[in-house]
Design a protein around this ligand. Structure first.
Ligand code: FES
Length: 361
């Protein structure tokens, strides 16, 4: 008897402790027996707590002024952006800690535009948090699973459809249908043949031959050394490619080149200098990543940039990859000048131009 009463006391104490640990919301709904039995029951919404701005008009006005201040600051920043754009010289370099020397115009534009956008965002958030209605409204969801009646109905309909189609009775139809469904995927397999024929060594050779004149790909005129000035980049192709020929695009995709002229003392790669002519260097312009034209040229640094994924090649150092996903340097074409004074190739590229994938094939 005394042991039973001890057990009851212990359970009562544990129950009180469990009740104490319930979240406030559950305690608020403590009268609901479903919540006491089911720890995962929907606890419902917490009682609505009005914000300070909901009950104090002065606080609401303060919030209104804060939001208006942020929006006004944004307007001023936008005016500052336009004024900076008009007033600051594009070449002006300023020292700004901790960035160091930087373009004054870019810095001012970034700062003012950033401030204008930030203030609009901050004003909108403050407005929403303090003044807009914060009433919580539950959205009821319906059960996803179909009711047993619906399931039974669907099953019944399916059986009825199968019986009406006579699928079970008509063996001939059933077997030929299996055959048709089994064979139809073969069409897809047969189409795989169109992936061929294998390229064999076509990707290893281009239209460049010993003695091919180097043609400006815009004017279609052969180039002379004096046409290539220091700091410029000229895009070119081999003579003999007919833009109207059927294979023109597949040939130019391998043979397109770019010519730059550097001061001889700026060329750091000895072999690259030897393969050029008086500082004129001729590189494949097909990026060795996945084949975009890498023809954004920075004349001060002699870097060629591929716009697709920003691979950067140092043309003063054998087109070495400085940055980006490209796997190897742009191949260089050996060039010289013929007796008529025109630039010409001394042969094909010594390695396949374009994505380095082909080198491993
Ligand atoms: S194709 Fe040039 S970096 Fe990707």
């Amino acid at each position: 008897m005394s042991s039973n009463s001890h057990t009851d006391e212990t359970e009562t104490a544990e129950g009180a402790e469990r009740e104490h640990l319930l979240p406030d919301s559950r305690q608020a709904h403590g009268a609901d027996p479903a919540l006491a039995d089911d720890p995962f029951a929907d606890p419902g919404l917490e009682p609505h707590e009005p914000r300070r701005q909901d009950i104090d008009e002065r606080a609401a006005r303060r919030s209104e002024r804060t939001v208006a201040f942020l929006f006004t600051l944004s307007m001023l920043a936008t005016v500052g952006f336009i004024a900076s754009y008009v007033a600051i010289d594009i070449d002006r370099i300023v020292y700004i800690w901790p960035f160091g020397h930087t373009s004054g115009l870019n810095f001012a534009l970034g700062l003012t535009l950033g401030l204008a956008l930030f203030c609009i965002g901050a004003g909108a958030i403050h407005w929403a948090r303090t003044l807009m209605s914060d009433e919580e409204v539950p959205e009821e969801r319906h059960a996803v699973e179909a009711t047993p009646e619906v399931k039974a109905h669907v099953l019944e309909e399916f059986r009825k459809g199968a019986a009406e189609s006579q699928f079970g009775r008509r063996k001939l139809i059933r077997r030929t249908m299996y055959g048709a469904l089994g064979l139809v995927p073969l069409s897809g397999l047969v189409l795989l043949r169109d992936l061929g024929p294998l390229p064999e060594d076509k990707l290893r050779h281009t239209a460049w031959r010993e003695g091919s004149l180097i043609i400006n790909d815009t004017t279609l005129q052969p180039l002379r050394p004096e046409d290539i000035t220091v700091g410029s980049l000229t895009q070119a192709m081999p003579e003999g490619l007919d833009p109207h020929a059927e294979d023109f695009h597949s040939e130019i995709a391998k043979a397109a080149v770019m010519l730059v002229r550097l001061e001889p003392e700026d060329i750091r790669d000895e072999r690259s200098a030897e393969w050029g002519h008086e500082g004129i260097l001729c590189f494949s312009k097909i990026c060795t990543h996945i084949g975009c034209p890498a023809t954004l040229y920075e004349q001060q640094t002699h870097h060629a940039l591929c716009p697709c994924h920003q691979s950067t090649f140092d043309l003063a150092d054998g087109a070495r990859v400085l940055f980006g996903p490209a796997g190897h340097p742009l191949p260089q074409l050996r060039i010289t000048v013929n007796e008529d004074g025109y630039l010409q190739a001394l042969g094909d590229f010594e390695e396949p131009p374009g994505p380095s994938f082909w080198e491993r094939g």
